[in-house]
Design a protein around this ligand. Structure first.
Ligand SMILES: [Zn+2]
Length: 205
């Protein structure tokens, strides 16, 4: 399986990402020759992981994991909501780019989750579609009796697990790759304060 991400399996790629995140936490970014890299990458891409994360300007996967051009295939939607085109983008990364790792990375203080918690019945253009998709996780979190920021964080964890389950259920390409061991899945949450990415769930743990 050497065509996978420079010989790395999903667990090794995750180790690389976590090592990069530790550099980010400490503010020690890796120096890179982006001009050389840009030129090399004109021949094609071979990203090591697909990442589904929020559109929030504070959470870009490449910076948080201290990765570079060509490393990550990233899909971003507000609140990590799924729709056919975002699922298709992830499927492309799995089926054609052979990424061995799929990361679902949510974050602390997510505005989309906060909206679903506090205004589940909002009717504002297409924003409604985002809130609706997170609303079940928000309702489930609310049933625990938690309030405020604690409620939002619980709803976020619940939503991230639902996104992982929905991806497996709605995408045969992704579920088959997981079953055949060609793909590992990590569900993680980014802490705005520390800059750290915490694992909530991983297929190899
Ligand atoms: Zn967000």
């Amino acid at each position: 399986m050497t065509h996978h991400s420079k010989g790395m399996d999903g667990r090794q790629v995750w180790q690389k990402l976590i090592t990069g995140n530790m550099r980010f936490v400490q503010g020690l970014f890796q120096g890179r020759n982006l001009l050389d890299l840009r030129s090399t990458l004109t021949k094609g891409q071979e990203p090591e992981a697909a990442v589904l994360c929020c559109s929030d300007s504070r959470v870009p996967a490449e910076i948080i994991f201290d990765q570079s051009l060509g490393d990550l295939f990233v899909v971003r939607t507000a609140g990590l909501v799924l729709e056919p085109t975002s699922i298709g983008s992830l499927e492309y990364a799995v089926a054609h780019l052979h990424v061995p790792l799929l990361v679902i990375k949510g974050h602390e203080s997510c505005g989309a989750v906060t909206a679903a918690v506090h205004h589940p019945d909002t009717d504002e253009g297409h924003i409604t579609a985002i809130v609706k998709q997170i609303a079940p996780a928000a309702a489930q979190a609310r049933s625990t009796g938690k309030t405020g920021a604690e409620l939002v964080e619980l709803a976020t964890c619940q939503h991230l697990k639902s996104v992982a389950a929905a991806l497996r259920q709605e995408s045969r390409i992704i579920s088959e790759a997981l079953e055949q061991g060609r793909l590992e899945l990590v569900v993680a949450k980014y802490q705005l304060h520390s800059g750290k990415v915490d694992v909530l769930k991983a297929t190899f743990m």
